[in-house]
Design a protein around this ligand. Structure first.
Ligand code: 2OP
Length: 419
């Protein structure tokens, strides 16, 4: 059986010939429909144009498994296309696969992933990626002598228990890591009690800027995922310093904020987080926007199931969850959910799933926002951000989102454009 992806449709002229039993991915169907490419099953006398409905009616297990070692270029004009449908089956914005990272999809795209920064977040990101066993090689990088190597060795010892074959190394510099398909930047100072994420701006800008410039040289084709705080500003800075196209630089925060809200709402409802569907947008901080118009519990509006005052408390608590963990730990910040969220995004991209996740992306005019990195729904694929997806938000939610973008822009300007 062959899995036909969007790249095959892009390469096809007029028609794409497949064999009975082959699988055509939802994105491929969508592109075929857009490009007017006929999908012809050998032996079929009646070649058919793919029905638009088929794009959303396939189960998630039919999503592309990214067999290509080299990521296909994004289809011209498709990046950041607006108004594309959200996936209707199986996965939800920001929601981890219920079968766990790396399980159940059968995908092993291979390649190399680098995690820069072997602190707590980097360590958990690496552990989740190792567990998923989808990469040929995982390299941890940290300037502290022995730290990355020590954690890498610890993970190597875990391979038999975790059942993974990924080769794992730890080095002190990006130059020793080799070129990668994905680079996750977790390096930087973490918050201490009493600090806001913005207090970290100058310290972390120097670190992130330096790493992004090195990635440009060492991994010129990589997708760069930024995790370092303040997230939105650091992602914009990494984009500028890398010189990469914006679709290949994105930030992880919305997946984490979404997971937190879903967990807290599930506790309030006495339900499973799997039943709660939310997407956290805006900034990773005070201007986080949780559009309640989109919030569902097993398909029912969340606002019908909980009193408004409780929902408001949940939003506040989700927004302040990072600080709540910092306050409890007294030293350092959260790492379990942040590391798991980062790994979740990398795995979605590596497997080219086409999932829509909240991510810090360069706004392209969608939602009336342009030219600044802010949390928006993004369809992710092997080459990074395929498109920004526009959801039908209320006027107030739109206003809140635009305010978040303005505040990020103001902070960037205060920090001197590039912080
Ligand atoms: C958090 O919210 C570390 O920013 C991260 O916990």
């Amino acid at each position: 059986m062959t899995v036909w992806g969007a790249d095959a449709v892009e390469a096809a002229t007029g028609e794409l010939r497949i064999s009975p039993g082959d699988l055509v991915t939802p994105l491929a169907l969508e592109r075929a429909s857009e490009r007017g490419v006929l999908i012809v099953v050998a032996g079929d006398s009646q070649p058919a144009r793919p029905p638009a409905a088929a794009v959303t009616s396939l189960p998630p297990s039919t999503f592309p498994l990214a067999p290509a070692a080299v990521p296909p270029p994004p289809p011209a004009g498709a990046l950041y296309r607006r108004g594309a449908p959200l996936p209707r089956t199986g996965h939800r914005p920001g929601q981890a696969s219920r079968s766990g990272p790396g399980r159940g999809l059968g995908a092993r795209p291979g390649g190399r992933v680098i995690v820069v920064g072997a602190g707590h977040v980097g360590m958990i990101t690496a552990a989740r990626l190792a567990d998923a066993d989808v990469f040929d090689e995982l390299v941890l990088v940290d300037v502290v002598d022995g730290l990355a190597a020590g954690i890498a060795l610890d993970l190597v010892h875990t391979a038999g228990l975790g059942g993974y074959q990924t080769v794992i190394r730890g080095v002190t510099g990006l130059a020793d890591a080799g070129p990668a398909d994905f680079v996750v930047i977790t390096a930087g100072r973490a918050r201490q009690p009493g600090m806001s994420r913005s207090d970290l701006v100058s310290t972390n800008a120097a670190i992130v800027g330096d790493v992004a410039a090195q990635v440009r040289e060492a991994s010129p084709s990589a997708v760069l995922l930024v995790v370092t705080n303040p997230l939105d500003e650091m992602t914009q800075h990494a984009w500028q310093m890398s010189g990469f196209p914006p679709g290949r630089v994105l930030g992880m925060a919305g997946v984490l904020d979404t997971a937190r809200f879903e967990a807290l709402a599930a506790l309030s409802l006495g339900r499973s987080p799997a039943e709660v569907t939310v997407i956290a947008l805006g900034s990773h901080g005070d201007e986080m926007v949780i559009p309640l118009s989109q919030a569902r519990v097993s398909g029912r509006p969340l606002t019908e199931l909980l009193p408004a005052a409780i929902v408001a408390q949940l939003v506040d608590r989700a927004r302040d969850s990072g600080a709540e963990v910092v306050g409890l730990l007294k030293k350092g910040s959260a790492f379990m959910a942040p590391g798991t969220s980062a790994a979740r995004m990398v795995l979605a991209m590596a497997r080219d799933t086409g999932e829509v996740m909240p991510a810090a992306v360069l706004a392209d005019g969608s939602y009336g926002i342009k030219g600044v990195y802010v949390g928006l729904p993004a369809r992710l694929g092997r080459a990074g951000v395929r498109e920004i997806v526009e959801l039908p938000l209320t006027e107030q939610e739109l206003a809140d989102l635009r305010r978040a973008a303005r505040r990020i822009q103001e902070r960037l300007a205060a920090a001197g454009g590039a912080p």
